[in-house]
Structure formats: structure tokens, C-alpha cells
Design a protein around this ligand. Structure first.
Ligand code: FE
Ligand code: FE
Length: 308
């Protein structure tokens, strides 16, 4: 019996793997471009273009942050000393620091004329800071049902822009792994998807992409990121995919042990692919796995589950 070694195993522990892969400064512009491309002929084209519009605003927010609010250096240092996520979402969401991002997003976004979009913007615009905070806490803790569906993409986009800004501006990225494989070492949020990288020192390694701050962290392949078992894992791609599953750029790693799955993006099979856009354009795969009884634990903050 032959054993297939993963790149991580071949390289051994003597070579330090890069634990983090930071998002580029144009991560949101890349997402927007990719969504616009994939929207062509897609059944959810209108929704994908709306999200692309939000990603353009996110890019603008990253280029021109609306707030001079910077994170408390003392707090950052304490987190560093104790190996805690320096941008812990569950506590920072309770501060006011992200709210200017929502105000600026609502101001800078050129909303299409559709009434539901206009209503969502007006609702967020008129909500006070306490209400916004309550919705944001619910969204970031996975309580999607407590947030009106139409508000999710706008709220999620503002939160992502704030956290990615903070991620790219903290003084050190010497971060420790979270308590669970699925947890972002920078902000503690759950992974949205995984990416199998294909270039340079990252070649063949799996990185998990944070649903909030877009930080990527290394996680060994062929292991369920939720229950950490490898036995029985299977890989599935969408039915109408042009590729055989072993060459499909997007595959779900399905775990029969904990009944959950995670989408993985193989850059070797599509070098231009990007996690958030790949996730939003492959909801057929989620529907299929849902019917088969598997649960999705990876949030996408621009989409309420069951909403669209
Ligand atoms: Fe994060
Ligand atoms: Fe599992």
C-alpha cells in the first residue's frame, strides 16, 4: 500500500512553514473584479453584482479609512504576550471603533434603485449605535437569525473593512494558532473557506481564510478543521462542473465524522480564483450538501444562510 504524503509531511518539522498569509492591500478590489467576471450568465448575477459594488466600497474604505481610531497599543501588547488574537472580534465589536466604517460605507455606496436595497440602507442609516452593535454582535457570533436578512451584506462588508484595515496595520504578525484549527489567529473568527496555494514557499499548503479579517493561516491538509479527524473525508464538487473532482478548482472537504464540510479552493487548478467570490458563486454545492444532511459551519458575512 502506498502512502501519499502531504507537502507539510514531506517538508518535515525542521523547516518552518509560513504560518500566516496576509491578504494583499487590494483584496477587496480583487473580490469585486472576480465577482463581476463570475456574474456573467450566473443565475444570481444581480446579487453578485450588488456584492461586487460593496467590495468596491470596501476597497475604498481600506484605501481611505474613515476613522483615525487606532487600536490600543497596550491591549495589543497584552494579547501578544498571552498568545491571544489581537483583534478579538467578540470584544472589539463591542467598542465603537468599527462604526465609522458602517457610516462611511452607507455614504460611499452608490445604491442601485431597487427598493429592498434602498430600504436596507435606510434601516441601517437610521439605526442607533446600540442597535447596530446588537446586530453586529449577532452576525459575528453566527446568530444570523437575529439580523434582518437584507442588512447582512452591508453590515458584514463594513465589519470586514474595519478588521482588514486593523489586520494590515498592527505592528506585528507574529501570531499564535487559535484554540481550534478553524479559528483565525488574528481575530478569533471562524474560517470562511480554505485555499490550497500553488506558488513559492506556500506551494501545496492549505491556508484557511478568515470570514472577518481575511487573514489566512496554515492548516495541515486532509484533516477536518472542525473535529480534526481524517478518516473517511471525501471531496465533492458541483455536479455541472466542467472538471473531474480531482481537478475542480473548488471542492468541498466533507467529514462523515462530524457531518460538516468546508469549501477548498485549489489555485493550481485556477490561479485567478479567490475565496469569497468562489464561495458566493457555488451556492449550488451548499444546497446539495445541505440536502445530503451536512452542515455548513463556515460563515460568509455577505450572505445570510437561507437568504439571498
Ligand atoms: Fe480574522
Ligand atoms: Fe469533522
Amino acid at each position: 500500500m502506498s502512502t501519499i504524503l502531504e507537502p507539510e509531511q514531506i517538508q518535515g518539522s525542521s523547516i518552518a512553514l509560513p504560518f500566516l498569509h496576509l491578504p494583499p492591500a487590494d483584496v477587496f478590489a480583487l473580490r469585486a473584479a472576480r465577482l463581476e467576471l463570475l456574474a456573467e450568465g450566473h443565475p444570481l448575477a444581480d446579487y453578485l453584482r450588488l456584492i461586487a459594488g460593496l467590495c468596491h466600497v470596501q476597497h475604498d474604505l481600506l484605501q481611505q479609512p474613515p476613522s483615525r481610531h487606532s487600536l490600543d497599543p497596550q491591549r495589543l501588547r497584552l494579547c501578544q504576550e498571552h498568545g491571544l488574537p489581537p483583534l478579538a472580534a467578540d470584544s472589539l465589536v463591542r467598542d465603537e471603533g468599527w462604526q465609522p466604517y458602517l457610516d462611511a460605507l452607507l455614504m460611499r455606496y452608490q445604491a442601485p434603485a431597487q427598493q429592498p436595497v434602498q430600504n436596507a440602507i435606510a434601516t441601517l442609516h437610521n439605526a442607533n449605535a446600540g442597535q447596530r452593535k446588537a446586530w453586529a454582535i449577532a452576525l459575528l457570533s453566527g446568530q444570523f437569525a437575529a439580523v434582518p436578512v437584507a442588512l447582512v451584506p452591508f453590515l458584514g462588508a463594513a465589519l470586514q473593512a474595519a478588521w482588514t484595515h486593523w489586520l494590515l496595520s498592527i505592528p506585528t504578525h507574529d501570531l499564535k494558532p487559535g484554540d481550534s484549527l478553524s479559528q483565525c489567529p488574528a481575530c478569533g473568527s471562524p474560517a470562511m473557506a480554505g485555499v490550497i496555494r500553488h506558488r513559492g514557499k506556500y506551494n501545496g499548503l492549505r491556508y484557511l481564510v478568515c470570514s472577518l479579517c481575511a487573514c489566512e493561516w496554515h492548516a495541515v491538509r486532509v484533516k477536518c478543521i472542525y473535529c480534526e479527524l481524517s478518516k473517511g473525508l471525501k471531496y465533492v464538487s458541483v455536479d455541472d462542473d466542467r472538471h473531474a473532482v480531482e481537478h475542480a478548482p473548488l471542492r468541498a472537504e466533507v467529514c462523515p465524522n462530524c457531518n460538516s464540510y468546508l469549501k477548498l479552493l485549489y489555485l493550481e487548478d485556477d490561479a485567478e480564483a479567490e475565496a469569497l467570490s468562489a464561495d458566493l458563486t457555488s451556492l449550488m454545492l451548499d444546497m446539495r450538501l445541505d440536502i445530503e444532511g451536512y452542515q455548513r459551519l463556515a460563515p460568509n458575512l455577505l450572505l445570510a444562510p437561507g437568504g439571498e
